[in-house]
Design a protein. Structure first.
Length: 220
């Protein structure tokens, strides 16, 4: 494995690619997202259970807002949420344990790490920059099966996420689904959703990837 770690593992002429979800996979964005929802609720005059919202991160913002405000207000409030986000949500957010090491593990095997998230892409990039998490590419505003389209485009053979929607995205792309139990679903729920492997968190990912590479299981 030491020799392999110093070589580029390729599929054809392109390096192998691992996709990562962002919220509750690489980062714990709950404090920042809660702060934005609290401000939004104050501004719009509609009560939002912010604790409930951050307990189930994953689906698109508009889907969550639809639970709390009239349909005609969803789009403008989503725009306002994204406007407030940089000032309120970036600083409180922390990288989850093992996030930087997981990204580096991919590169140590000659691969590339791409972030594919439902989050508004400019805000996703702000998070990565603020936390010093280096991704080779970032694609935002994609949820569940739509994530599979980006994974196919990048040729990802593995997708790492925390939600059943991430498992579905991996399936669309024919990618190996690695789930981490750091989001709304526990290990049992992630297995029930069809994940190929469930890890407690990203600290276990480098060792898993070592074994995955050793087994020659990189091809989609």
């Amino acid at each position: 494995m030491d020799a392999m770690a110093n070589e580029s593992v390729t599929l054809g002429s392109a390096p192998f690619t691992v996709g990562f979800d962002l919220d509750m996979t690489l980062i714990d964005s709950r404090p920042g997202i809660r702060a934005v929802y609290e401000r939004l609720s104050q501004e719009c005059g509609h009560w939002i259970d912010c604790d409930l919202v951050v307990s189930r991160l994953g689906p698109p913002l508009e889907d969550e807002l639809a639970n709390w405000v009239p349909a005609e207000k969803v789009a403008p409030l989503a725009d306002r949420f994204r406007e407030l986000y940089p000032d309120l949500a970036i600083a409180p957010t922390r990288a989850l344990p093992g996030a930087a090491e997981a990204l580096e593990a991919v590169r140590s095997h000659g691969g590339r790490a791409v972030v594919v998230t439902a989050k508004y892409e400019p805000n996703a990039r702000l998070h990565l920059k603020h936390l010093g998490l280096a991704a080779d590419a970032v694609r935002g505003w994609l949820w569940a099966e739509a994530k599979g389209e980006a994974l196919i485009e990048y040729g990802a053979s593995v997708y790492v996420g925390d939600h059943a929607g991430d498992v579905r995205g991996a399936r669309i792309a024919g990618a190996y689904s690695v789930a981490v139990a750091t989001g709304p679903l526990d290990a049992h729920g992630l297995r029930a959703a069809g994940a190929d492997v469930v890890l407690e968190d990203l600290t276990a990912f480098p060792a898993w990837l070592d074994g995955h590479v050793a087994r020659g299981a990189l091809a989609r």
